[in-house]
Design a protein around this ligand. Structure first.
Ligand code: SAH
Length: 213
């Protein structure tokens, strides 16, 4: 996928816009400046790639709004070499942002078409995530524990399986709520049995569907 001066300019303006909306982490902003969002868009929407909006992708899903991607990434407190589990690969855009920040990314998607597309694209772009086709509610026990877990779909509640696959000291970020709007939530695992939760306002995601693979 080609970059261009025009795309570079639009990307920089998008990053400035996201900074103005309150995202402070330079590492997140730099990653967003590096990832070619236009590569992750469906062909009909490429021209809108650097607008701060969510857009449709295949299988009736969406590529998240850039501000939301930045917001969730910032909450995750990603450090280099962190092992991050992402639920809902979708277009693969959020996956690429996490990889640009130096994380080792494990990402699960329930739609086979999206799983394949994201894998092809990320590979061509030189990224090396571990992608899985399956039900995110199950997490990935064989690679657990994770430094952090990111759910990129609206979850009615946080599955116990995912809480169990988190390291003590790590956090899980998820939009919690039924369809429509969700409350962005960060859960810190303070001991094997104790969690502390923080909330960060309202967002709107496609649903985190259980057992539909
Ligand atoms: N991070 C993505 C956002 C995709 S939208 C991006 O940047 O493009 C959320 C994704 O979660 C959708 O692709 C949807 O298919 C997926 N999803 C929903 N329920 C799931 C489940 N149980 N397991 C895995 N993926 C799921």
């Amino acid at each position: 996928m080609e970059d261009s001066l025009r795309y570079k300019g639009m990307r920089k303006r998008l990053v400035d816009d996201i900074r103005l909306k309150g995202i402070k982490g330079e590492a997140v902003l730099e990653a967003m400046n590096r990832v070619l969002r236009h590569a992750f868009m469906d062909s009909g929407f490429i021209q809108f790639a650097y607008r701060d909006n969510a857009f449709p992708i295949a299988a009736g899903q969406t590529i998240s709004q850039p501000y939301t991607v930045a917001f969730q990434t910032e909450l995750l407190e990603v450090k280099e070499f962190h092992k991050v589990l992402e639920i809902g690969t979708g277009s693969g855009y959020q996956t690429a942002i996490l990889l640009e920040m130096g994380a080792r990314v494990y990402s699960i998607e329930r739609h086979k078409e999206l799983y394949q597309k994201a894998g092809d694209l990320l590979g061509k772009m030189g990224y090396h995530p571990h992608l899985f086709w399956g039900d995110g509610y199950l997490g990935k026990e064989s690679y657990a524990p994770f430094d952090s877990i990111l759910i990129t779909a609206g979850a009615p509640s946080i599955p116990e399986t995912l809480k169990n696959q988190l390291k003590v000291g790590g956090c899980l970020v998820a939009p919690i709520g039924e369809s429509g709007t969700q409350i962005m939530t960060r859960l810190w695992k303070v001991s094997e049995t104790k969690f502390e939760s923080e909330t960060f306002g309202y967002f709107s995601f496609v649903p985190f569907l259980k057992g539909k693979v």
